[in-house]
Write a protein that binds this ligand. Structure first.
Ligand SMILES: C[S@@+](CC[C@H](N)C(=O)[O-])C[C@H]1O[C@@H](n2cnc3c(N)ncnc32)[C@H](O)[C@@H]1O
Length: 462
């Protein structure tokens, strides 16, 4: 769907696709298409057309061509999302959400949809009534909370998701740490460029740092925007996770991060159900052991184990506190937790080493170290597989703009948080080759509705 389409042509697409969804699915359940590909396609066509329509009607900026001569005609044909100024102000909305999460406003609004006055809500949350009202009224324009009468507020479908502890933690983390890291995004890039010693990417104005600050410089070059936002120049460059073990505040952040990850995983596109369907677990020999590396609270292993009674699972993670979270009692001895640092040589001789949502957090250099550590285990059994479930970045223009936007957003998040990257298939192949030239990618599957692909790897024994 190009930018050349007319408003009415887009409206026609919207009508056709909307009718397909409305006649096939219950109201408000347009994501519940249960593996029906045609409904999934109808939904994505509908959303794509809405986005294009919005873009076309809004234009690049909310002003008239008289105010800025030539601007509208120059800019409408370019690819992009509507209203540049609007996008540039997105952080105001994030600030409002941050406020709501910090003061737990959602928890004081009755969950059953009955309203509460702004005054009562503010009193319960211990905040200023006027501030709280202004914050909520902005969010209402984004369909988060509703105002069913004068000076009262109630939950709607969107605001209610904040009541879920994990989802609430995800929104809080995104609007706090993650938002802060975004604010330092360009500064971090500029800093590492300025302090480069004149090699790749350095410009003629680059400063060669004096020897006295070499230590700070080399650590600063590896700093992420998140490090800079949290600790300042040259401080704590050992990475987000390690940094979180430093004190009470950071351990609280670590807990919130873990919860936030669980919250993100609750989105359908990241559901563990795609891992269950995306790999032929039933084909593994009876009694096989799946090693869930960086498996967190074991929710993925639990989902696979429930459908594959002949398999055993070892969930490894550096944060063993996560093991407390998920009830795995019904699986008995089939699922065990183990403290493990995935940069250290793997000691368990498993049949499958599962790395789900691990490698995309790391630069190529560190991701190679993680893979090589797992190969120490994989070499113990000739048939052992490594299964990587992660995002595969798409080539520009191959999917809808909305799908591409998700991948590109994640890519920037990875750069800001971890100095890492969302890899396309060639990038993944290159990474595997760097880990070991004998490590072969034997299968790639992308389950319907999943944001992540399943990549199966095996060491070539010849
Ligand atoms: C994004 S979560 C992914 C969790 C799980 N695999 C999933 O797909 O939901 C990353 C996990 O890696 C763990 N982790 C981080 N650094 C680690 C390390 N050095 N060794 C082992 N686990 C680590 C974190 O505690 C967290 O549980």
């Amino acid at each position: 769907m190009g930018d050349q389409m007319t408003v009415t042509a887009l409206a026609d697409i919207i009508r056709t696709q909307a009718e397909i969804l409305e006649t096939s699915l219950p109201r408000h359940a347009y994501t519940d298409y249960h593996g029906d590909k045609s409904l999934s396609i109808a939904r994505s066509k509908l959303l794509e057309a809405c986005d294009k329509l919005n873009h076309l009607v809004t234009g690049p900026i909310e002003c008239t061509s008289q105010q800025i001569p030539g601007l509208l005609t120059d800019m409408i044909p370019t690819k992009g999302t509507p209203d540049v100024m609007g996008i540039a102000q997105g952080h105001r909305v994030h600030a409002a959400l941050q406020y709501v999460c910090h003061f737990r406003l959602a928890s004081f609004v009755p969950a059953d949809g009955t309203p509460i006055t702004y005054e009562d809500l503010a009193r319960a949350a211990g905040v200023d009534t006027s501030q709280c009202t202004r914050v909520l009224q902005l969010l209402m324009t984004y369909h988060i909370f509703r105002e069913p009468g004068t000076r009262i507020v109630a939950h709607n479908r969107n605001s209610r998701v904040l009541l879920d502890e994990d989802t609430g933690a995800a929104v809080e983390w995104l609007t706090q740490e993650s938002l802060r890291s975004s604010a330092f995004f360009t500064e971090t890039r500029a800093m590492s460029r300025r302090w480069s010693t004149g090699t790749a990417g350095a410009g003629s104005n680059d400063i060669v740092a004096p020897a006295t600050i070499q230590g700070v410089m080399s650590s600063a070059q590896h700093q992420t925007a998140l490090d800079l936002a949290n600790t300042g120049v040259g401080q704590s460059t050992v990475g987000f996770f390690a940094q979180q073990r430093m004190n009470t505040e950071t351990s609280m952040k670590a807990e919130r991060y873990a919860r936030a990850m669980a919250g993100m995983a609750k989105r359908r596109q990241l559901s563990a159900e795609h891992l269950v369907s995306g790999y032929d677990w039933a084909a593994l020999p009876f009694g096989s052991t799946v090693v869930d590396v960086g498996g967190g609270n074991g929710h993925c292993s639990k989902a696979i184990a429930s459908c594959n009674p002949s398999l055993n699972f070892i969930v490894q993670d550096s944060n063993t506190a996560l093991a407390e979270e998920v009830d795995v009692e019904e699986l008995g001895d089939r699922l065990k937790f183990m403290a493990y640092d995935f940069f250290k040589p793997q000691t368990v001789a498993g049949d499958v080493y599962l790395l789900r949502r691990i490698l995309h957090h790391y630069s190529d250099q560190d991701a190679v170290r993680i893979l090589q550590a797992q190969l120490c285990g994989a070499r113990k059994k000739p048939e052992a597989r490594i299964v990587v479930m992660d995002n595969i970045a798409i080539h520009s223009g191959t999917l809808s703009t909305l799908e591409e936007r998700k991948t590109r957003t994640l890519d920037i998040a990875m750069m800001a948080l971890f100095n890492s990257v969302e890899r396309n298939l060639d990038g993944w192949k290159e990474l595997f080759k760097m880990a070991d030239p004998k490590l072969q990618l034997i299968k790639v599957t992308k389950p319907l509705g999943s944001a992540l692909a399943v990549m199966e790897l095996q060491l070539d024994q010849t």
